[in-house]
Write a protein that binds this ligand. Structure first.
Ligand code: SF4
Ligand code: SF4
Length: 349
């Protein structure tokens, strides 16, 4: 990895150098009555709108790669012939300016399923291929447990990563495109003092976590506690609304629907993101539902994240961003659910 130092006053030059791409970054979306700012990722035209000091975003960057609804194909029929049109919906090269480590790690996990698996998703892959990512360091929020999930730092999946070290950004450079861009942005090589500032920033971040999950032996504990009473308790609280999957940067379950024109001359196939917490998620033709109770669905989501995915890819599908717990109207959080299962395994639930 190559390291550079970029003076903060040169950040706009970097932003301007990306003008051939559609720039997406964190912006202020709304304010709560108590003044708390809500941030979201959105297309940005003006450098002044970029909020690199954002806390977190309600929705993750996933929505740009796996939109909530996406047309997969359209069909037109004429006489005895028909034509299928497929568009991967990746129109303009995109630059993400200011993605936190957890969200870059989340995309790296989605890649394993959406690109590297036996059945890749070409729509997702096309958008990923044309994306340039600038990461930015963050300050741990009360709901963040990314450190417990090994997602507080990131080693790949970005073009450059900026760490605020005072008057400058310490820049990790990963791609040739990032290197070329930085040539015109007025960078310098880091000194040992810059290295020390970078290390200090990392130590401050480590010390800033107030939320954590003990993931030691978690897959084994989940196997032992599959029938535990505690799942029934969480199931009673769960509203089966699917909000947790909606805001989660790594949930990717989806359904496909087809719509046929009334005159039978055209049709459309559309993908909808879905949630395994929704009541009909495991319902099959004939009406049988394999997971009719809310606790079985909630449990399934946890087992997919923290057991099944670990078995397949040697890492959890949760990056510890805390979004699901913040958004859940029933107050169900990953740290509390996992702590309760651990307590049950210890016999003191
Ligand atoms: S855990 Fe919370 S957000 Fe998720 S489905 Fe249940 S009530 Fe909704
Ligand atoms: S399960 Fe919750 S904490 Fe984990 S990645 Fe998804 S939204 Fe973030």
């Amino acid at each position: 990895m190559l390291f550079k130092v970029l003076p903060k006053y040169r950040l706009q030059a970097l932003f301007d150098a990306l003008s051939s791409r559609r720039i997406i970054g964190p912006v202020e979306k709304a304010r709560r009555p108590d003044g708390e700012v809500l941030y979201g990722f959105d297309a940005i035209c003006r450098f002044e709108d970029l909020r690199l000091d954002y806390t977190t975003t309600t929705h993750s960057p996933k929505k740009f790669f796996l939109p909530h609804r996406e047309v997969l194909a359209t069909f037109s029929l004429s006489g005895t012939t028909w034509e299928k049109m497929v568009d991967d919906n990746a129109y303009l090269p995109v630059a993400f300016f200011g993605m936190h480590a957890c969200d870059i790690n989340a995309l790296n996990k989605l890649d394993k399923v959406m690109i590297d698996s036996s059945y890749p998703n070409p729509y997702y892959a096309a958008k990923r291929r044309s994306t340039f990512i600038i990461g930015i360091d963050c300050v741990p929020q009360p709901q963040c447990f990314c450190r417990s999930m090994g997602a507080d730092t990131v080693l790949h999946g970005f073009d450059m990563f900026l760490t605020d070290i005072g008057g400058d950004y310490f820049v990790e450079v990963q791609s040739a495109e990032a290197y070329e861009l930085l040539k015109g942005a007025g960078t310098r090589d880091p000194s040992s003092h810059d290295h020390a500032l970078f290390m200090k920033k990392g130590d401050m971040k480590k010390a800033g976590f107030s939320c954590q999950v003990d993931a030691t032996d978690l897959t084994k504990i989940l196997d032992m506690e599959f029938q535990a009473e505690v799942w029934l308790d969480w199931g009673k609280k769960c509203l089966s609304c699917g909000t947790c999957a909606n805001v989660c940067p790594t949930c990717y379950c989806y359904g496909v629907q087809e719509y046929v024109d009334l005159d039978l001359r055209g049709a459309l196939k559309e993908m909808h993101l879905y949630s395994c917490n929704l009541i009909d998620f495991a319902e099959v033709a004939g009406g049988h539902n394999f997971r009719p109770e809310s606790h079985t669905r909630l449990k399934y989501r946890f087992y997919h994240k923290h057991r099944g995915f670990v078995e397949a890819f040697e890492a959890s599908l949760c990056v510890g961003c805390g979004r699901c717990g913040t958004a859940c109207l029933a107050g169900i959080t990953v740290p509390e659910v996992i702590a309760s299962v651990r307590r049950e395994a210890q016999g003191d639930a």
